[in-house]
Design a protein around this ligand. Structure first.
Ligand code: C2E
Ligand code: CA
Ligand code: CA
Length: 733
């Protein structure tokens, strides 16, 4: 399993999208529920309202039916009671049989009344018929207290009142409309005393057939007579003269609202379901689109965090990984360690063999580091030839040191790049964040600084960050500021080291060396300030300043040759050649007296351009010497390719003379080689007479070193010019 930063596992945007979709779904569900509830409530209301309307209409119809039922009876009674023939036969002829025929027998199959009673003033029956049949004297079932109440009312009516009354009553035959009227002439005239008066009572019962007829006439389905204690809805109560409920007419409600609702509801449910399905589809497809987007986003993010060449995390990936490690360290109380490594020999390989080989090298180093770093560790390529490994653990110093050693061992072995083999080596800086308390940026900065320390101290090693490094960096910055000021103030001076002819040890020439007496600090070694000048670009000014001073001084020494050191940075400047030409012109120095000393670095890094610059310089007549030969990579190939005017043997080679005969052998072979290529050789750092002799014997024509003279001021050289040989040896040639 490879380490994957948490945000790559699931990106923030995806989470946002997911939760957005989820909350949208929730909102949608809520809206759907609300809308459905509203629609169904509205439908219910409409249905209820329709039901209510129907209920009211039915109630009105039933009430009307009942009222008409009673009124019809009252009208019929009026016709019979206020009737001249009836009055004549009742009061004048007193013909009971006529009354029986015209009142009682009419109750048979009569839709207008089914019971007819004739009562005298005291309420005694004169004639009594039910359904056309004479009733036996027992009338209590009909002349109930309610009927008596009504009868009394009619009996007591004044002459100016209509002597009739009607109502509903309960009889032994059921609930009936009853109408009572005084028998009298149509004109209302009455020829008998009150005690002689007769009354006619008609009953019309709400029998099953009657009710059915009403139902048909008034379009009231299910109309039925119910007892007083029956249901309370869909019923119109029937009241007695004393306003007591004696029964009711009930009907079956048609509930048109319910019927309509029953028809509409499935349609509405269908619509709701369709909308829900539509939204669900929308949600699903939205979610899919989101998933696709987030996958693409994750891929893009992963690519953005990955180094193309090595497949490792890049700088952004390292930061992301470190962030996760810091969180982990803080929560688990662990430490974070960071190894920052820089390949030592990458540039050389790249320059010598080309970028394709360089790429192969980066890939194989990456593969090796991947194995060494192992799982659960953040491995990253920060660009160029810089890598970083980060991990968490308890007291990581030991683990980190072991890992650094393993990496150094691995890169200390020859690496195969296609057909080529090279030892690359690396410098490592190590920094530790206790409990993850050091921010990532700072952790990287510290490891980087420690890595530079490894470089400075000779490469191929690891260094643990120390706070003093910051102070040194600070000191270096101050030094840089002071150096800039010193160059501006022309405080950089030049000393000259004698160079002697090896045959007679006489002064042949001088090498100009820069000196800086830093204000308030004292002398600073060129080994310190030259690298600073090189890395800050100040070397252009400084180098030119030394060249001008030395050439000016040289005007007073027409017999001497001059060597001046040139840094790769100066050589890289396209204006360099013309600047040298200008100084020579200004000072009037013969170009062939000037030798520019260059180290091999630049020739290895930029062979083509170096060649061009060299050719241009040669055209001016200036000579070029390869400085520090034997200290680095130099190969015979370079010597032949560039055809230097002179070789300067590095001090380290010279030092080894006198140590062993093999060293002398090597020295001799080297000088012989250079001479075979037509390149005279200067030996540097000659400190003993033995060395001087051996070098001369080996074939070095010029010698330089403390034995012959330290770098000194111009006035000392003035003196040396006038005195004899720099050295007196027994067998000086
Ligand atoms: P270099 O070009 O190899 O200069 C020779 C260095 O070796 C000088 O050190 C000199 O003092 C020292 N040296 C000479 N003879 C002996 C000896 O017998 N024994 C020992 N132990 N040392 C000896 P210095 O002056 O400290 O310069 C160091 C380096 O700084 C020079 O090495 C050169 O690379 C650089 N440098 C000095 N001046 C300039 C300059 O004006 N321009 C540039 N680009 N580099 C300069
Ligand atoms: Ca030199
Ligand atoms: Ca040198």
């Amino acid at each position: 399993m490879r380490f994957v930063p948490s945000h790559l596992q699931r990106s923030a945007a995806t989470l946002d999208g997911r939760s957005a979709v989820r909350s949208m779904l929730l909102i949608f569900a809520a809206v759907m529920i609300c809308v459905s509830a509203m629609v169904f409530t509205a439908l219910d209301r409409v249905g209820h309202y329709a039901n209510q309307l129907d209920e009211n209409r039915s109630r009105e119809a039933v009430s009307g039916a009942l009222q008409t039922f009673g009124e019809q009876l009252a009208a019929t009674l009026h016709d019979y009671a206020a009737w001249d023939d009836a009055a004549e036969n009742t009061y004048v002829r007193e013909d009971i049989s006529w009354l029986d025929r015209n009142f009682g027998e009419m109750s048979a199959d009569n839709q207008l009344f089914d019971v007819a009673l004739i009562l005298d003033h005291s309420g005694q029956p004169v004639s009594a018929y039910s359904d056309g049949e004479r009733m036996q004297p027992e009338l209590t079932g009909f002349v109930t207290p309610d009927v008596w109440t009504l009868f009394d009312k009619v009996r007591r009516m004044q002459a100016d009142e209509l002597p009739e009354a009607s109502s509903f009553v309960s009889t032994s035959k059921g609930v009936a409309a009853v109408a009572i009227g005084l028998i009298r002439a149509k004109s209302g005239e009455l020829s008998v005393a009150a005690e002689e008066t007769r009354y006619v009572l008609f009953f019309r019962h709400l029998s099953a057939t009657t009710v059915e007829r009403l139902a048909r006439a008034y379009v009231l389905p299910g109309l039925s007579l119910i007892p007083p204690s029956g249901q309370i809805s869909h019923v119109v109560p029937i009241l007695s003269p004393t306003n007591a409920v004696i029964g009711g007419l009930s009907w079956v409600p048609r509930s048109p609202g319910d019927t309509s609702l029953a028809q509409v509801r499935p349609l509405v449910w269908c619509a709701v379901a369709m909308i829900a399905i539509y939204m669900l589809l929308l949600f699903v497809s939205g979610n899919q689109a989101l998933a696709r987007l987030s996958a693409e986003e994750a891929t893009a993010l992963r690519l953005a965090m990955t180094d193309r060449l090595s497949g490792l995390a890049n700088r952004s990936g390292l930061f992301a990984g470190l962030r996760d490690l810091v969180i982990k360290a803080q929560s688990e109380g662990k430490d974070v360690a960071l190894l920052y490594l820089d390949l030592d020999g990458f540039k050389e390989v790249n320059d010598a063999y080309g970028h394709a080989t360089g790429d192969v090298l980066i890939r194989s180093v990456s593969a090796g580091l991947r194995v060494l770093a192992g799982e659960e560790r953040v491995l990253s390529r920060l660009g160029g030839d810089e890598f970083a490994i980060a991990f968490v653990g308890f007291d990581v110093h030991k683990t980190a040191a072991e890992l650094a050693e393993r990496v150094l061992d691995f890169l200390g072995e020859p690496l195969t790049m296609g057909e080529r083999v090279a030892v690359i080596g690396c410098s490592i800086g190590l920094s530790v964040s206790r409990r993850g308390l050091v921010p990532s940026e700072e952790l990287i900065r510290r490891a980087d600084m420690a890595m530079y320390r490894s470089k400075e101290e000779g490469r191929g090693r690891w260094t643990l960050y120390d706070p003093s490094m910051d102070e040194e960096r600070e000191e270096r910055n101050l030094l840089e500021l002071d150096l800039r000021a010193a160059i501006d103030a022309e405080e950089i001076t030049v000393v000259y080291q004698p160079i002697a002819d090896s045959r007679n040890f006489r002064l042949y020439g001088v090498e100009a060396l820069a000196r800086w007496n830093r204000k308030d600090h004292g002398p600073v070694s060129p080994d310190v300030f030259i690298p600073i000048a090189e890395s800050t670009g100040l070397i252009d000014l400084l180098g030119l300043c030394v060249l001008r001073t030395a050439c000016t001084t040289l005007k007073a020494w027409p017999d001497l040759a001059l060597s001046v050191n040139v840094s790769p940075g100066q050589f890289r400047d396209p204006a360099f050649v013309s600047r040298v030409g200008k100084v020579l012109e200004e000072t009037g120095i013969e170009p062939s007296r000037l030798t520019l000393e260059l180290t091999e670095t630049y020739f290895i890094q930029n062979p083509q351009r170096a060649r061009k610059t060299l050719d241009l310089l040669r055209e001016t007549g200036v000579k070029i010497a390869l400085d520090d030969f034997g200290s680095g990579f130099s190969s015979v190939g370079y010597l032949r390719q560039f055809g230097f005017d002179r070789i300067k043997l590095d001090r380290s080679l010279v030092e080894s003379v006198g140590e062993s005969s093999r060293a002398v052998e090597m020295l001799r072979a080297t000088v012989a080689l250079a001479r075979s290529l037509d390149m005279p050789v200067t030996a540097e750092g000659v400190e003993s007479e033995a060395q001087a002799l051996a070098l001369r014997l080996a074939g070095c024509d010029l010698l330089q070193g403390f034995l012959l003279g330290r770098p000194v001021g111009a006035e000392v050289i003035d003196r040396l010019r006038r005195s004899g040989p720099l050295l007196q040896l027994p067998n000086t040639a």
